[in-house]
Structures are given as C-alpha cells and as structure tokens.
Design a protein around this ligand. Structure first.
Ligand code: 2AM
Ligand code: CA
Ligand code: CA
Ligand code: CA
Length: 266
C-alpha cells in the first residue's frame, strides 16, 4: 500500500520520536520526572519526543497550527489545519517500565479529522488512517471486530486518575459493563485502546475525562476501520468533552445503552 504524502510526514515524525522514547525507556530510572498535578507525571522523555514531532511537522508543513499536550496550543498562519499531538500517551506505564505506550498524531482540516498516526515503539506497531482511505497497521488493512454480543466482548476502559473526580460515575459504569461483557481490560494508553478497537483486538472501549490529544488519532482509526465512536451520551464532541465510547456499530450502541443505565442491581 502506498502511503500518501501527509501520512508519510506523520509517520516520519512518529518514528523519529519513537526512537527517542525507546532510548529513554531503556534507562527510565535516569529520567528527570516532574509532577503537573496529583498522579500527573511528565518526564524529559515526553518533552524530547514532543520537540522532535513539533520540529518535524513544522518543517514539513509550515504554518499549520498545533495542539500538543506539553506545549498546549500553538497557532499558525494557516487556520485551516491543526495538528493534535500526544508525544507520549501512557506516561505512567512508561515510567513504570511497562511497554504499553504510544505516540499519537492527528491532523484536522477545517475542524475535521483527516489523518491519524498512532505508534507503539516497544512493539513496533504503526497504525495509520486517512479520512475515506481506511485504517492500517504496518500496512495491513484493519477492520473492527465482528462480535455483536456483549457477552462475547472484551471491552477496554480507563480508570480515573488520582486528583480527578468522577470516581463514583466510573464505578457505576464499570459495574454495569462488568455485568454484561466477557472481560474488561485497562491498558493505560487511550490512543492504543482506540487503535486496538480499530484492529479488532478489543471489541469496544470507553473512557471519560480525557483530552483531545489522547483520542483524536484513535477516533479516526476506529471510524476508518468501520467502527463507531461517540460520547457516552451519543454526541460527537469527544475532542471537547474528552469522553469517548467506541466499537463496531452493534457493540457501540450496546455500550452507549449500558453506560447510561442507573446502577445495576446484579
Ligand atoms: P498520558 O499518559 O499522555 O498523560 C489513560 O487512562 C489515559 O489517561 C492516557 O491516555 C493518559 O495520557 C491519560 N492521563 C494520564 N494521567 C492523566 C491525568 N492525571 N489526567 C488526565 N488524563 C491522564
Ligand atoms: Ca500526561
Ligand atoms: Ca495522553
Ligand atoms: Ca502524554
């Protein structure tokens, strides 16, 4: 499969940042780490990877704006295009030596997601998607899983972080989902969770209180793999609210319904 020019730019930036993360992951005990808030760590590795991605993308497409986790918003001359970047999604895993983390790069054109790259350097798995062009992992076409019964489904989720509210909501949601599905997973990288849904490895996923950079690329991957993504209330403002639920059409609908139930009596 020939990749488009824009995907090539994004892949090059992600792979270069991935090499930097892999080097740092090898000596994670030597990294300088600081705390942004309760349980919210950032390291030199996050910043180095972000600097690499920022430089690569700015060089390839001068003028495009940015929204990046560590830099925040950087406006450009071109108000039609915006990169949405998480240089290291899964910092907690990374700092604990758990090789489940990723780089997430999305491109918005006129407010619409048009291209996505998610890269897991530890497994050398590269996920790409372009609007209308399908989703791929290492050039193999992706399709969401075909399972339609929640009782057969493995569902990913996120657990609220220290210092973030909504633990009560999450416990109600978890209890309801647990009562209906085959199994639940918590991987710790929202971008990879969505990539796994796109790849059919997980049948569905939900998480709340995220940020646009955690989910922008993953949402396009899911859609281009034939899946559905929305807010738990059915809305489409996932990037604004940070709340997302994804799966194939049937599992997505069933999860939306289950997540909105009052606490189950089971
Ligand atoms: P990060 O590793 O880039 O910070 C896992 O549940 C997801 O939540 C990851 O995508 C992770 O992104 C994000 N996350 C981690 N700590 C967080 C915090 N304190 N507040 C909000 N999101 C967080
Ligand atoms: Ca972070
Ligand atoms: Ca993140
Ligand atoms: Ca991050």
């Amino acid at each position: 499969m020939a990749r488009s020019a824009i995907i090539n730019v994004m892949v090059q930036a992600a792979m270069k940042a991935g090499r930097s993360l892999s080097r740092d992951f090898g000596e994670v005990q030597n990294l300088q780490v600081s705390l942004k808030g309760p349980g919210d760590y950032v390291s030199q590795a996050d910043r180095k990877a972000e600097d690499i991605i920022f430089a690569e993308l700015a060089k390839a497409r001068p003028g495009y704006g940015f929204l990046m986790e560590e830099r925040g918003a950087v406006s450009g001359d071109d108000d039609q295009h915006r990169w949405i970047v998480d240089p290291l999604d899964g910092t907690t895993n990374f700092l604990h030596g758990i090789p489940i983390f990723s780089i997430s790069i999305a491109l918005e054109r006129q407010g619409q997601l048009v291209a996505a790259v998610v890269y897991n350097p530890a497994m050398d798995e590269l996920y790409t998607a372009e609007r209308g062009g399908g989703a791929f992992m290492n050039d193999r076409r992706l399709r969401v899983a075909a399972r339609t019964k929640l009782s057969d489904a493995v569902i990913g989720c996120g657990v609220p972080h220290l210092g973030r509210g909504h633990h009560g909501n999450f416990l109600v949601e978890l209890r309801n989902v647990m009562g209906e599905v085959a199994g639940i997973r918590r991987m710790g990288s929202a971008a990879l969770d969505l990539a796994y849904v796109a790849a059919g490895r997980m049948d569905g996923y939900w998480e709340t209180n995220l940020s646009a950079w955690d989910i922008a690329a993953g949402v396009l991957l899911v859609r281009e793999a034939g899946g559905f993504a929305s807010e738990p209330n059915g809305g489409q403002d996932m990037l604004e609210s940070g709340n997302v639920v994804a799966g194939n059409e049937v599992i997505h609908r069933a999860l939306v319904k289950t997540l909105s139930k009052p606490v189950s009596s089971r």
